[in-house]
Design a protein around this ligand. Structure first.
Ligand code: SF4
Ligand code: SF4
Length: 308
């Protein structure tokens, strides 16, 4: 199963959940792939502390014009949907920050005056964590670069393709609900949304559900972090929308302080290993049968109330 872990806003504990789930699966001899797709600010490595084994540049192929062959016909500017190349007088100007690397200009140039070169936008790294049981990947967008999507797309291609087999894949998404989040979720089998029971948390959860379930058609389940803060509106919303809440992490100062110091949730509360492993199994059921969600909510609540 490929699972995207996301949240409508930053700071809800998304990476805490993703990292703890990966380490819990690893402790059960299920070696997961972990992808930190939050390429503008990857931070899962702070907790997983991977040993990196490979690194590569990542970017887009952008056009380079051979002025000796160019006739300034303007065809390249005509076909560019992103206004990334223009012709002024006899000069062709390329704007790399607007270029999406589609290659149309090079293909359409009647003089064969355009070739492409890699515009480096960031880096991809891979390594191992969790005593070798977690295969770790992360992308990092260079400072000043605006397009996260190509970096995420190439990170997924590097890690998951040609074949991840039956191994669990955990995709730690960027915060929010914009294009980088959609790119992270694309191709996933299910989405786990991490939220907190506050008005802000509920607002951003609604937006994330619209993207993951309503737009992408993916099965969605929820983790409530800092349970106990705020009000009951998130619970009511999840019940009304048939969104199973698979785990609740209580608001505890000791947990917050330890995570702020680089510990994982399962370092602080080892009992959560079993809960995360159970969560993974339940996600498989949610994925197979979306109509299962209401019953899952009830059973899971019972399970954790009996196993505090
Ligand atoms: S299409 Fe080719 S020949 Fe025409 S302006 Fe662009 S680079 Fe020059
Ligand atoms: S590669 Fe595509 S986006 Fe970039 S300049 Fe050429 S046509 Fe425009």
């Amino acid at each position: 199963m490929k699972l995207a872990i996301a949240s409508g806003k930053g700071g809800t504990g998304k990476t805490t959940v993703a990292v703890s789930l990966a380490l819990s699966l690893a402790s059960a001899a299920v070696s997961p792939l972990f992808l930190d797709c939050d390429v503008e600010e990857p931070n899962a490595a702070l907790f997983l502390r991977p040993e990196m084994t490979a690194r590569r540049d990542v970017g887009l192929l952008i056009p380079v014009v051979d002025t000796a062959r160019c006739t300034a016909c303007g065809r390249c500017a005509e076909v560019c949907e992103y206004h990334a190349i223009t012709v002024i007088g006899k000069q062709v100007l390329v704007f790399p920050e607007l270029c999406h690397g589609c290659g149309s200009c090079a293909r359409q140039c009647p003089e064969g005056a355009i070739h492409e070169t890699l515009n480096v936008m960031g880096t991809l790294e891979k390594g191992v964590a969790g005593a070798g049981a977690v295969e770790f990947y992360q992308g990092t967008l260079n400072v000043g670069e605006a397009m996260a999507v190509p970096v995420i797309r190439q990170l997924k291609a590097w890690a998951i393709l040609p074949d991840a087999g039956d191994r669990p894949v955990i995709l730690d998404a960027p915060p929010g609900a914009s294009c980088p989040v959609v790119e992270t979720m694309r191709g996933a089998d299910a989405v786990l949304l991490v939220t907190e029971p506050t008005p802000f948390g509920l607002h951003d959860l609604r937006v994330a559900v619209q993207v993951a379930r309503d737009e992408l058609g993916l099965p969605v389940a929820v983790v409530v972090n800092r349970d106990g803060v705020g009000n009951d509106d998130v619970n009511a919303y999840c019940a009304a929308e048939d969104l199973p809440i698979l785990l609740r992490i209580p608001l505890e100062r000791a947990i917050a302080e330890s995570i702020a110091n680089g510990a994982t949730l399962i370092d602080i509360r080892p009992a959560y290993r079993a809960r995360f492993i159970a969560l993974w199994d339940e996600l498989g059921i949610v994925m197979r049968d979306a109509s299962f969600s209401t019953r899952m909510h009830t059973e899971n609540t019972d399970f954790f109330s009996k196993n505090p």
